[in-house]
Design a protein around this ligand. Structure first.
Ligand code: ATP
Ligand code: MG
Length: 487
């Protein structure tokens, strides 16, 4: 009946290289009352000290037994699936046909084992088996959950997610470290990489575009570490960011003028502060007639323009050959007649070429940088130039930076999880040995609500833009009122 994906009769068993079935068990919720997750979610930890009513304890024991049983069933069924499914035919199978195939094999096996499951348990089991065979096992529901931004795995029993800027511990776990390693292996081997003791970490991109990084033992001490930045098909645009309070309409007007008049812009910020999102949103102000080239380590930007060339750097292969760095891409990009160059994140030697590009006719270029303030961002650039082995007096480096960079916007993730553009700072030139800057807009914190939400407002500093005349000449005559501070 299921001949299309079922192994033909007499077909050889699974090749020895296939993952051992004992480790291949889909997710299991930790037993109710398990210490770790509850302790992390706070609140309930103290409840352990009080005497629980007998009925509640009995119900929890029953639930624990049920979950343990489901876990055992999944291990067994997964083993049978790997034995029975024709793995070679899986790639061509449609999701619906494969799901019904899995359901049928599982039903047959459950019958054989004389196990009766209710409808809900059966459909959860089938979905988890499907995720295990085709997807990334326990991670699959988190990858599908639109509200999750980041998935962070600290060993097999601790999976955190980030929602609305806040980290939460989930009740999802891997069966054990081997199960986690098998999923990691599935991801990295799909991109032709390998992780093991001698090569314990790796960057990759998941099939859906999500950014993936892993580090495995023994370098990862308590079990493999995985970080996934989910890829959002619908990137947040400027109107979304204004709606979410990342910046105001007035700041958006200013930024539109800055991008359209081809200022060189750096988006600075800490990890996960919204740098790439801001860069992507800013790029929407680029004119459709311009040729834009993007360079990234992991392609995340999604520009809306017609004329976009995307490049992604490449790490060396297992023999240590074939690396293509961001710097290589950038140098090549300069020969590709770009109107603008966008580098996803400047973090190393490519800084030299980026500054040169900004200084030599590729104005309107943009990048992000990992720093905590505009001033800090400048120091980071100086350090990167020094680390790249360029022997140049500091003053010369600074004047190169001062004439290359026009604007630094600072993104920040505040304690309450909100992401805001906390400062918009222009670079105005050099004063002696120091780069001079002026802040135009800033986010002012006014207090904290009892629930931890930060109260604040965006305000102008009262300083008129250094580029006002340029804006005007290009047809962006911003009203003077946007530079006036609120009292
Ligand atoms: N203003 C915002 N409001 C709500 N969510 C946001 C906002 N800005 C960014 N995000 C979300 O936060 C997550 C992190 O954003 P982003 O990738 O832009 O950060 P990043 O600073 O580039 O991170 P990294 O340092 O890891 O490169 C994304 O899922 C994004 O959709
Ligand atoms: Mg980023």
């Amino acid at each position: 009946m299921f001949s299309r994906f079922k192994k033909p009769e007499g077909a050889p068993g699974r090749p020895a290289a296939t993952a051992p079935v004992t480790q291949a068990t889909p997710s299991a919720r930790p037993a109710a009352g398990a210490a770790a997750p509850k302790a992390m979610t706070g609140g309930r930890a103290a409840a352990g000290a009080t005497v629980r009513p007998a009925a509640e304890m009995a119900a929890q024991d029953k639930e624990k037994k049920r979950k343990d049983r489901m876990q055992e069933l999944k291990t067994e069924l997964h083993k049978r699936l790997l034995d029975n499914l024709n793995l070679a035919a899986l790639e061509k199978a449609t999701e619906a046909s494969l799901k019904s195939e899995i359901a049928a094999i599982a039903a047959e096996a459950l019958d054989e084992m004389s196990v009766a499951l209710n409808k809900d348990d059966r459909s959860t089991l089938n979905q988890e088996l499907y995720d295990e065979v085709m997807g990334l096992g326990p991670l699959e529901p988190l990858l599908k959950d639109e509200s999750v931004n980041d998935i962070l795995v600290n060993g097999p029993n601790r999976i955190f997610v980030e929602r609305s800027g806040k980290l939460e511990l989930t009740d999802i776990t891997f069966k054990d470290e081997r199960h986690l390693l098998r999923i990691i292996d599935k991801i990295v081997s799909a991109v032709g990489r390998r992780v093991d003791e001698s090569n314990p970490y790796c960057d990759a991109r998941l099939a859906d575009g999500s950014r993936f990084n892993c580090m495995v033992p023994p370098v990862a001490v308590d079990g493999s570490l995985v970080s996934i930045r989910k890829f959002k098909k619908e990137k947040l645009g400027v109107p979304d960011l204004v709606r979410f309070g990342a910046f105001t309409e007035e700041i958006a007007l200013y930024l539109q003028a800055a991008v359209s008049t081809r200022l060189n812009i750096i988006v600075s910020g800490g990890t996960g502060s919204g740098k790439t999102t801001t860069l992507n949103a800013l790029s929407s102000f680029i004119d459709n007639r311009e040729r834009v080239l993007t360079i990234e380590d992991t392609a995340e930007l999604q520009l809306q323009q017609v004329h976009v060339g995307r490049m992604e750097s490449r790490p060396p292969n297992v023999e240590g050959k074939g690396a293509v760095t961001q710097r290589d891409c950038l140098r090549n990009a300069l020969r590709m007649r770009p109107d603008r160059i966008i580098v996803g994140e400047t973090r190393g030697e490519e800084v030299i070429d980026m500054l040169q590009a900004m200084n030599t006719g590729h104005d309107g270029s943009m990048t992000t940088i990992h720093a905590n303030s505009a001033r800090d961002g400048i120091s980071r650039l100086e350090n990167m130039v020094a680390m790249a082995g360029i022997e140049m007096p500091l003053k010369a480096v600074r004047s190169q930076i001062a004439s290359a960079v026009n604007l630094i916007v600072q993104a920040s993730r505040l304690q309450d999880g909100s992401r805001r553009m906390v400062s918009v700072t222009e670079i105005t030139g050099m004063e002696g040995e120091v780069i001079s800057m002026q802040e135009i807009f800033r986010y002012e914190r006014l207090g904290v609500e009892p629930n931890g939400k930060i109260i604040g407002r965006f305000n102008a500093t009262g300083v008129r833009s250094h580029y006002s005349d340029r804006f005007k000449q290009w047809g962006y005559d911003l009203p003077a009122s946007i530079y006036e501070p609120l009292i």
